[in-house]
Design a protein around this ligand. Structure first.
Ligand code: SF4
Length: 65
């Protein structure tokens, strides 16, 4: 799995951080997402897929690799 995030469209809602904290974090100053790992381990895939669905701005893109 490869993860991409459109940073300029992130609204800092934080759903992704709550669901997959090993993959997503947020910048302290403005809450914009920080992608910690763009190739997460298989055990994180379900949480990352949930994050993509839950993201209110639909800015998390996933591709299978
Ligand atoms: S859930 Fe979406 S909008 Fe919210 S911080 Fe994560 S990437 Fe940004």
């Amino acid at each position: 799995m490869k993860v991409r995030v459109e940073l300029d469209r992130c609204i800092g809602a934080g759903h992704c951080v709550l669901l997959a904290p090993d993959v997503f974090d947020q910048r302290v100053d403005d809450g914009v997402v920080v992608l910690l790992n763009d190739t997460p381990a298989p055990e994180s895939h379900a949480a990352v897929r949930e994050s993509a669905v839950a993201c209110p701005a639909s800015v998390i893109g996933l591709t299978d690799s």
